[in-house]
Design a protein around this ligand. Structure first.
Ligand code: GLU
Length: 494
């Protein structure tokens, strides 16, 4: 066999630095578990001053979804998980899309046959039988063919698959950074198909070839691949290649017994965004789903992506499955909303404010300022602020509040005085309205709350509001505020 091709491929592999890859299959959405894998993979690269690679694993052409790779690019960019090499940015070991690497896999499968760790198999089996791996190796006559016989049948044009030749006896041990050493009997491993009849690789084969040729030092992935790892090891050994560090992460669960699943209605990254969660809060929470900081940072919960890149270590990844808790995420989200600058919060909140508050006279910045400390998710906003746009219908009973010492009669008197005082008010400012109302309360010899309660109810038409009477009146503007106070007064006079 002419080795030039393989020597050239070896020569291209970058070495000497940490190289990790996120290798999603384009499914059309980003699972929370996948996002976590992407994040950990990125963090390991960044923490080690290494290179992060995006590889698209689209060998399963039957499962391809239109536009699905765009979802991957968009999510990665939105999350700040920037890649140094990938289909869109290129790199030294391009192409980074498996369907564009087709020719490579066939060549390596033949190389492995040559090295005695794989064989041509001509048995008549359907693709699904091949895929299921339920094939009894002892009964396989092809495994026993001499290389010469097999080659003659290939040359004669007989269709074939290439299978891995697993040793009949003995054990295989592999090491995982999280699960430690795992040993299995070779007799439990199947002679899996590496190259299918159509010349396309199986997922397990393409993965090993690509990880090697891309110089991947740390293979980070879900623990569902743990059971395939011994076969991967045997492939690396068969080629005479160094085995990368395996980092298998336990699943993200919806409860004690079930993995999170899109099919069962568990939210994907996109769903969480649509539910009003901030990307930064999602990332922070997801980072802690199965990893915890140690040492001085052990008690800490809030980390920016940059900070995570500094403190993240493989040793902090847990073996036990993590349970996704939406309330915990909501808690993180509220922390992040509160920690934003007023400008950043306004930018995030404005589209939600404008869903309910269309009138340009109503200042979205002032409304955002009321919301920032009072909202856990951005999607709560439209409902909270709709009263600014339209006074909702309300019952006069709202004017009665024991704590504020108001009832309908007291409220009627308060509104009457408030309307006259506010009509006279010079400057319609926070300061101006506040002074006007507190001075009025003093003059009337009532507590501030006794005056503020009916003013706020009449201005907002609801009992629970973001912000107090002064802020709400200010945002409404003098004319609309007075109009509403008069409506309240009329109701109480009626
Ligand atoms: N394409 C695989 C997946 O989306 C990735 C497995 C791996 O990272 O090796 O599950």
């Amino acid at each position: 066999m002419n080795m030039t091709y393989f020597d050239d491929m070896e020569a291209k592999i970058p070495r000497g630095k940490v190289r990790t890859r996120f290798a999603p299959s384009p499914t059309g959405y980003m699972h929370v578990g996948n996002l976590r894998t992407a994040l950990y993979t990125w963090l390991i690269a960044r923490n080690g001053g290494g290179t992060f690679i995006l590889r698209i694993e689209d060998t399963d052409q039957g499962r391809l979804v239109e536009g699905a790779t765009d979802v991957i690019y968009r999510t990665m960019a939105e999350c700040g998980l920037t890649h140094d090499e990938g289909p869109d940015v290129g790199g030294p070991v391009a192409p980074y899309i498996q369907s564009e690497r087709r020719d490579t896999y066939g060549k390596y499968a033949r190389l492995l046959v040559e090295r005695g760790h794989a064989y041509y198999c001509f048995c008549e089996k359907t693709e699904s039988e091949e895929d299921s791996g339920e094939w009894d190796r002892a009964a396989d006559p092809c495994r026993a063919l001499s290389p010469k016989e097999a080659q003659a049948r290939v040359d004669a044009g007989e269709p074939f698959v290439i299978r891995q030749r697993i040793p009949e006896t003995g054990t295989t041990t592999f090491h995982d950074a999280i699960f430690g050493d795992i040993t299995v009997d070779n007799s439990t491993l199947d002679d899996q198909v590496l190259l299918k009849r159509d010349g396309l690789p199986t997922y397990n084969f393409a993965n090993v070839i690509d990880d090697h040729l891309m110089g991947i030092t740390h293979v980070v992935r879900g623990s569902e691949y743990l059971s395939s790892a011994p076969k991967y090891n045997l492939l690396y050994e068969g080629f005479g290649w160094e085995v990368p560090t395996y980092v298998h992460c336990s699943p993200v669960m919806r409860d004690q017994h079930n993995k999170m699943s899109k099919r069962h209605g568990d939210p994907s990254y996109e769903d969480l965004k649509a539910q009003g969660y901030l990307t930064e809060a999602i990332l922070n929470y997801v980072a802690l789903l199965g990893w915890s900081p140690r040492g001085e940072q052990a008690e800490r919960e809030v980390f920016s992506l940059k900070e995570l890149a500094q403190v993240f270590d493989i040793a902090g990844i847990s073996k036990s499955p993590a349970i996704f808790d939406i309330d915990k995420l909501t808690h993180f989200n509220a922390l992040y909303l509160r920690a934003m600058t007023p400008e950043a919060f306004h930018a995030a909140a404005e589209p939600y404010i404008r869903q309910a508050v269309k009138s340009p006279a109503l200042d979205s910045r002032a409304i955002a300022a009321l919301l920032q400390a009072r909202c856990e998710r951005l999607t709560e906003i439209p409902e909270k602020v709709a009263f600014f746009e339209t006074l909702p219908p309300y019952e006069r009973g709202l004017f009665t509040n024991k704590k504020s010492k108001t009832n309908e009669e007291v409220s009627r008197r308060m509104l009457e005085s408030a309307i006259s005082a506010m009509e006279e008010l010079g400057e319609w400012s926070q300061e101006g309205i506040h002074t006007c109302l507190t001075e009025l309360a003093a003059k009337l010899e009532v507590k501030n709350a006794t005056l503020m309660w009916p003013v706020r109810i009449a201005a907002a038409g609801q009992a629970v509001t973001p912000g107090g009477a002064v802020e709400i009146c200010l945002i409404l503007g003098r004319d609309e505020c007075l109009r509403r106070l008069r409506i309240g007064l009329e109701m109480l006079n009626g």
